[in-house]
Design a protein around this ligand. Sequence first.
Ligand code: PMV
Length: 363
Amino acid sequence: MTNQDFIPKPYTEILENGSVSYQSPSNIALVKYWGKYAEQLPQNASVSFTLSQCRTETTVHFKKKNEDSFDFEVYLDGVRELGFEPKIKKFFERVEHYIPFIKKYHFVIRTKNTFPHSSGIASSASGMSALAMCLVAIENKLNLPKEQQAQHKEFGLQKASFLARLGSGSAARSLEGPLVVWGEHSKIEGSSNLFGTRYPYAIHENFSNYQDTILLVDKNEKQVSSTVGHDLMHHNPYATERFKEANNNLEKLISIFEQGDIDAFITLVESEALQLHAMMMASKPYFILMKPNTLEILNRIWSYRIKTGSKVCFTLDAGANVHVLYPDSEKDAVARFIKDQLAHFCKDGAYIDDFLGQGATVL
Ligand code: PMV
């Protein structure tokens, strides 16, 4: 597939107005994407668990208008959110070529997150993927007779992921589940830099219903945005090795998932998380997004694992929060561990219990 494949034929329908609603979840990368080139293309392949509970629900109302321009309003929890508009405008500019109807309509975008606002959890993956699903659904209405729409489901998901990627790279991995690859990888059939694809190989039952409890260490906005962080990889002296290492790690995960080797999974996933933050520390200028409590939590997870033989482990996003990953079979024990030993390192004791999910759905 190339960019060209996502440019539609002239639309066959003209709709005066309507609305569509989709929900889409967040995702957590196991092999991280950090560093991009050209228009939102990843320097290495990444893979993530799709989540369930941390979701964005979006309704887009559209109404035909006469002049060609970007024209939209965004509401978060029912309140007009002017702060979101520059990001959405930039997104519309990037996707216009692929969904030319976007200049023909006035849009009212109503969105809400199921996770608390300002929890420090990035809503860009769930938000951009939910919006992309809505835009693809509108395009289907303009383009295809209803009876033909179902057979285009697979292409619709690809196009939604393609559009979501242009809003936020990691958003490309939120449309499906439970494991999604984004970025071309020689050992992963169908993988692409342009959109995310469902992980195509065997996943051992040890990983079914895997749990992710997100410990909210810091709810403030990050001091360095992902956009700036990605850019700094252009001059990071370790960048080339890092991109190679990520691709090697993704290859190693194939047999780990097949054999259900949780010990190897733990080593690989924790190393990926720490390498992501090592890249930040090795950037010029350098920066650190972890907080003292992040490190306290990591140390306690390591001690707990040694003491109990548990298979609990962690991963990190570009921030101070900790994703605690563990098998479904350890749910009760890890819930007690988190409550008794980790919760007091969280801001206001807050954390979110999440687990693997299947991606975006219509509402
Ligand atoms: O999607 P962005 O541009 O916000 O980048 C996020 C990158 C990480 O979350 C740090 C890693 C990843 O692969 O999701």
